[in-house]
Unconditional design. Sequence first.
Length: 383
Amino acid sequence: MSSLPSLSRRILAGALVSLIGVGAAGATGFPVTVAQRTTAQQVAQAGVPLEDIAPNAPDSHVVRPGDTLWHISGMFLKTPWRWPELWGLNLEQIRNPHLIYPGQLLVLEKIDGRARLRVGQAIGTPGSGQTVKLSPRVRSSLLPDDAIPPIPLHLIEPFLNEAIIFDHNELERAPRVVAAQEGRVLLTRGDRAYVRGELGKAREWRLFREAKPLRDPDTREILGYEAAYLGTTEYVKPAETGPRGEYIPASFTVLSAKQEVGVGDRLAPMPEREFLSYAPHAPQKEMDGRIVSIYGEALSAGQNQIVALNRGEADGLERGHVLALWRYGSKAVDRTQGRALRMQLPDERHGLLFVFRTFERMSYALILNVQEPVKVGDRFTQP
C-alpha cells in the first residue's frame, strides 16, 4: 500500500484484520474512532492510482461461481491484497462485509488518474442500472452458500483443526492408545481402541502421532511442537477396575482415520469448530523470517501446500497476512576480466504465502503461488 500515507495503511489494515469471526456466537464489535473514520474517508475517496492497475485489467467482469475476491482482485490489480483500496470502504457499516454473488457485474471506473471498482446492475435483474459501492467490511458470521469467499477456503479448511502447533509438548502427558482390539497393530475407521489417561468429559477427540520439536533455522531454539494428525475417535466407555483389582482401560471407537492409528498415539480433545474467512492484507511492519517445516514430511513444497513459519502472534503476524517468498541468490564466478572473481547473486522474490493460522511463536501459511520448490530454511518478508 505504498501509495497511501502510513496512517491510512495502519487504519485500513486494522479495520480488515479478519473478514469472518468464529460464527454468530463469537461475534465481536469493532468500534470506529473519529480518526479511523477520517482516514477511511480519505481512502474511500482516493481509489487506486492507474499505475497499480494490472496491464490487462478488463473494463468489467461478471462474477461466476468459483470466483474468489483474491481471483477477481488479481484480474484488476498488480497486488491482489490491495483490494480494499480499489473498492473503497462503507463508512456506515464498516463492521460487516458487502457480499459479492455470482451474476453481479463489476465495473472498473477510471477518473482523474485513479481507479475504483463498483457493482453494477446484477445480470438478469431489472432495475435502474445505477451503480453502488462495493465495500469490504469486517463481519462475524458465515458467508451465505452462494456468496464468494475472499480466497479458496477449501484449500485450508481441512487444516484448521488438523494442523496444530503446541507451545509446549502437551501431548507427552496426554491420554494415549495402549492397546487395540483383537491384538491388532494398526487401527482404522470403526475399530476399537483402548486408552489410558485423564479423559474428563469430552466425547470426541483428535488422534495425533507423538509431537516433534520445531526449531528456528537460525537460532536452533525450539519454537513449538508439531504432531501429525491421524484422525478422530469417540469416547465409548470409561476406565474401570476389574473384579480382581486389575486396571481396565477406557474404550474408544475410531471415527475417521487419515492415517492408521497405533499403540502409543496420543489424544487431544476436539476443539469447537472454527468457521473462518480472511481479508488478505500486508503486514503493517517489516517482517523477515524463515520456513521451519513443510506439513506432511515432504522435503519441498509447491503451490497450495502448507508450511510452518518461525514467526507468530508475538511477532505481529496475523491471519490473512500476505508474505513474499524469496529464493536465495546462488554463488557465481565473474570471468569477464581475465580472472575468476567469486560473487553472490542477489536474492530473488519468487512466490507468495498466505497466513491462515497463527500461534504464539509460529504460524501456518498456504503457498499461493511459487516459481520453484519451497524448502525448509527459505526466507519470507512482507510483500
